[in-house]
Write a new protein. Structure first.
Length: 220
């Protein structure tokens, strides 16, 4: 099982774009690797289509996209036509690779198998996993959804904005944070460091405990 902070394992896989060597493909970029249960299924078609439309937004953040399912590459190539028809996207411009993993070997290695979902032959399918990998090749985010629940990839962009901000600045992002909103000062920052680290100022919200732990600062 992959844990946050683990080095994401390297692998070689076949995709609709040809052979992909993961660490080489990743380079010094961020990446989203997301799985879907099966080709030619309704929820998966909407999800992959949405990712195709949103790819420019991920590119702005230096994030590459990679998908995987337990179907063949040839199946993916046929399915892409349906995806693009749904998303009103040109099929000859489909913008990211989809891994073929009929053996389930990679899905098992990455902990993506859903024990409750089976294909027509009784073989297990992948769940809706989302992994965000940083340029240091470490796992930054892991979310698992059941097959019946489609994901919100606009929310994923918001999460990536938070990950990239908080990796470089000594802040955290509060509930429902959006880019440009105030951030929170980390609890381990000492009072005497505030003026130096946060020249835009720090405001505090008084709490019944009397502990000054709710400290806000404009987004660095």
């Amino acid at each position: 099982m992959l844990l946050l902070g683990d080095i994401f394992p390297d692998f070689t896989a076949e995709t609709n774009f040809g052979t992909l060597k993961f660490h080489e493909w990743l380079g010094d970029s961020w990446a989203v690797l997301f799985s879907h249960p099966a080709d030619f299924t309704p929820v998966c078609t909407t999800e992959v289509g949405k990712m195709a439309v949103l790819k420019p937004e991920f590119e702005k953040r230096g994030v590459k996209i990679l998908a995987i399912s337990c179907d063949s590459v040839e199946s993916h190539k046929k399915w892409i036509k349906d995806i693009c028809a749904f998303a009103e996207f040109s099929a000859d411009r489909f913008p990211f690779p989809i891994i073929g993993d009929e053996s389930r070997e990679l899905a098992k290695k990455l902990g993506m198998i859903d024990p409750d979902e089976k294909d027509k032959d009784g073989l297990p399918l992948t769940c809706r996993a989302v992994f965000v990998i940083g340029p240091d090749r470490r796992l930054k985010l892991s979310i698992l959804y059941p097959a019946t629940t489609g994901r919100n990839f606009t929310e994923l962009l918001r999460v990536i904005d938070s990950l990239q901000l908080t990796m470089n600045k000594k802040v955290a992002t509060p509930v429902d944070w959006q880019p440009g909103d105030a951030c929170m000062v980390l609890p381990n920052i000492k009072e005497e460091e505030l003026a130096t680290l946060f020249p835009k100022g720090v405001t505090k919200k008084a709490m019944p405990s009397g502990i000054d732990y709710l400290r806000y600062t404009p987004q660095p």
